[in-house]
Every structure is written in structure tokens, then in C-alpha cells.
Design a protein around this ligand. Structure first.
Ligand code: ZN
Length: 408
């Protein structure tokens, strides 16, 4: 059955086994849940209907990154108790399972959820509980047990912040107060190292699948090299490393992420091909610098997590999806995956993002297959290596059967 219209394409993509390697929990809270919990806790929202919030907060298009980020101001307050975190995580996993996402590596910054009611351990335990409940419910279904559908798995990624200021959270307010007088960059570096230490401890004491750390937030003025200590500690403790890099800043940010922090995967990397984006005056031959960097990333198969909708919303200079550097990533043979970034903020899903990629970048059969397989293979799936190999074999077989059935 060759694909001849949108409905068939959507059906094909829905059936494909998908993995989302870049998705923020706070950016993916169901709007209905946000309304429900805000009412429960007497929190102010600009509207208490889904349509109202879609119009005022979770828009189709945003002016800039600042407008995009305002939604977090409403979402974070409903993520401050273990019960709410568990519910949000459970629903998040269900939303993934319902569209054929069988593996998700969900990320969030625990520091933004610390208060008198919950510490690092309680926060991570609650999130894990919600995800695990959804996983166990799904994996005991007949279709999974019989091998017709793959099992659902997940990993948790903890985000450390490049930058924070008074008002980000109670924890950060206290942290800033305790380190008054210290250089700002030193405070950010110290906070990131403390966060990683706390998460390694929780991972080991409570057996929670925290698989990697990630670096998020304003890139300008906060280069990856400042966070070397945190990443070194993570590596010493056998935790994987990811860095949001080259999203809104030049390729030198990507360079530092891979050379100083040993990033195994890169979030966005949209600026990787931009000579104009390079701001470091010490890089004289920009073309040569980029060529070497691209080669380094390609040869080491460092995967770039591409988030098309989110990039178009937060980086208005891209203007049209056709200008997205994904086209150059494909041409360079880089390892890429397609991801959602924020399901609610970007009103998206893995199905929508893959549709966008297929429709606008004319993905060849080879490239589609590679993207689908890499999203599982380049994951940090917290299961035994041989089990992961077996799981990958099943995913590959399922992909190939569907690609052949639909004559993609
Ligand atoms: Zn992100």
C-alpha cells in the first residue's frame, strides 16, 4: 500500500516504532492537568480553559524565545509536590505510548522543584514512580507480551542550568544567598556540580534510571567550559553527557560541548553550519573550523537531537522550515534524531515532527530508517546491553516491515 495522501502518511508514522530523545517534562504537561492542578492549588492562570490557554500561552507562533518561555511560569508551580509530579509523569508516558513512542528520555531540572515539601530524592522518586507505573501497565498488555508491540522503556535526564537568577526557584534563591559575593559564573558552575552530585547519589541509593545530565539555558555568556567540573563528576560516575548547544549561539558552543564536556549527544546544534554565527574572534578561518568540527561530530557519531517545530518557534531568524540546518546535517551524513522538545509548548508530538521531517526534507528511505533506528540505538536505555541489542533487532524488524508494507 503506497502512501498517497496525508492520512496514510499519518497512519504509517503512527504505527512506526518511535523514540524521543529530547523532551522536557515541564514543557509537556497536559493543558487539562495544568488547569486542574492550578485550580486545586489556587494558582493564577490567564485562562482556565484549554482554548483560552492555547490562545494566550501555548501559541502556534511565538515572538521570540522569551515569549516561548513565559509558559514555564505557569507550569512549574503545579510541579511542586510528589503527587503532582507523579501524575504529570504518568500522563506524559501515556501520551507517548498512545502515539507509538516506545522509548523516551525525559528531561527536567530537579532544582526548580525543590521546596519544603520535596528534596532531590523525593522529586526524582515521584517522577520515576509515574513513568514506571505507565511502563508496567503497558508492558503487561497481551500485545506486548506476545511480541506484537515492543516494550516501553524510559530514562531520566537531569538538567543543570547555565544561568539562574533570583526568582527561578526557592532552591536557587537560597543558593544565590549562600554564595553572595562570589563571581556569578563560579556560582553557576558550583550549582551544576552540586546538582550532578545530588543526582548521582539519588540514582545509586534509590536505583532510579537517571541516565544522563544535560546543560540548558542561555548560551551567550555561559560557555560549556564553565561546567567542566560537573560533567567530569558525571563521567567519573558513569553517567552519560548531553549538552544543549548551538541552538541560539555559534558553533564554538558546540565545539566546547564535544571537546570540553565530551557530549555524546547534542541538543539542537542548529548553528553547526553557520560561519556568520561564530563570534569567537580567535577563530580566523571559520570555514576550516566548521569543516573540522563537522567531521569530528560525524566520525564519532555524536547524535544531534533535532527539534524542528521548537526551533522555528524560538529562533525566528530561521523563518522557513526549508532554511533549517537539518538539511545540511542530512547532507553531511550526521547521526540525527527527530524530537519534540516540548510537547505542550510546541503543540507537537513525535508523529507531527516526523511528518514535518518527511514532508519538508524529502527523507529518503535510507534516511528515515537511519533516523528511526538511531533514536533507539543512540539512546542511553537503562537495560542490560544484550537486552538492548535484542530490543533493537525487534525495532529494526518492525521498522522494515512497515516501510515495506507502506512502500515508503
Ligand atoms: Zn531542549
Amino acid at each position: 500500500m503506497p502512501i498517497s495522501n496525508q492520512t496514510q502518511l499519518r497512519e504509517f508514522i503512527t504505527k512506526l516504532p518511535k523514540a524521543d530523545l529530547h523532551v522536557h517534562l515541564d514543557g509537556s504537561v497536559r493543558i487539562e492537568t495544568l488547569i486542574d492542578l492550578s485550580k486545586q492549588h489556587n494558582l493564577l492562570l490567564p485562562s482556565y480553559t484549554v482554548a483560552g490557554l492555547n490562545e494566550l500561552v501555548f501559541k502556534d507562533e511565538y515572538k521570540d524565545l522569551v515569549e516561548y518561555l513565559t509558559g514555564f511560569g505557569y507550569v512549574l508551580p503545579v510541579m511542586q509536590t510528589p503527587e503532582d509530579l507523579e501524575r504529570i509523569s504518568y500522563e506524559f508516558a501515556l501520551d507517548n505510548i498512545n502515539e507509538g513512542v516506545y522509548y523516551t528520555e525525559v528531561k527536567f531540572a530537579p532544582q526548580l522543584h525543590i521546596n519544603e515539601k520535596q528534596d532531590f530524592a523525593e522529586i526524582l522518586i515521584a517522577v520515576n514512580k509515574g513513568l514506571e507505573r505507565a511502563k508496567n501497565e503497558f508492558n503487561k498488555k497481551d500485545a506486548v507480551k506476545s511480541g506484537k508491540l515492543p516494550e516501553f522503556h524510559y530514562g531520566i535526564i537531569v538538567c543543570t542550568m547555565r544561568f539562574f537568577a533570583q526568582g527561578f526557584s526557592k532552591y536557587y534563591d537560597d543558593f544565590l544567598a549562600a554564595h553572595k559575593g562570589l563571581n556569578q559564573n563560579a556560582v553557576f558552575a558550583l550549582a551544576s556540580a552540586e546538582m550532578v552530585k545530588a543526582c548521582v547519589k539519588v540514582r545509586d541509593e534509590h536505583n532510579i534510571p537517571i541516565v544522563a545530565c544535560d546543560l540548558v539555558g542561555a548560551e551567550a555568556g555561559n560557555p560549556p567550559i564553565h561546567f567542566k567540573k560537573a560533567y567530569h563528576f558525571a563521567k567519573q560516575n558513569l553517567m552519560h553527557s548531553i549538552v544543549h548547544a548551538g541552538e541560539a549561539y555559534g558553533a564554538e558552543s558546540i565545539y566546547q560541548a564535544v571537546t570540553e564536556l565530551d557530549a555524546e549527544r547534542l541538543g539542537h546544534g542548529t548553528m553547526l553550519f553557520s560561519e556568520d554565527g561564530i563570534k569567537d574572534p580567535s577563530i580566523k578561518n571559520k570555514a576550516q573550523f566548521l569543516q573540522k568540527l563537522i567531521q569530528y561530530i560525524a566520525e564519532r557519531r555524536i547524535t544531534i537531537e533535532v527539534c524542528l517545530t521548537s526551533n522555528l518557534q524560538t529562533l525566528p531568524h530561521i523563518k522557513d522550515i526549508a532554511n533549517h540546518s537539518f538539511v545540511e546535517m542530512l547532507a553531511a551524513g550526521l547521526s540525527t534524531t527527530i524530537c519534540t522538545d516540548n510537547r505542550t509548548f510546541s503543540k507537537t508530538s513525535m508523529t507531527k515532527e516526523l511528518m514535518l521531517a518527511i514532508q519538508h526534507f524529502d527523507l529518503s528511505r535510507h534516511n528515515l530508517r537511519r533516523i528511526l533506528i538511531d533514536s533507539f540505538a543512540k539512546s542511553f536505555m537503562p537495560i542490560n546491553y544484550l537486552q538492548k541489542e535484542l530490543y533493537l533487532t525487534k525495532i529494526e524488524a518492525l521498522c522494515d516491515a512497515l516501510i515495506n508494507e507502506y512502500k515508503y
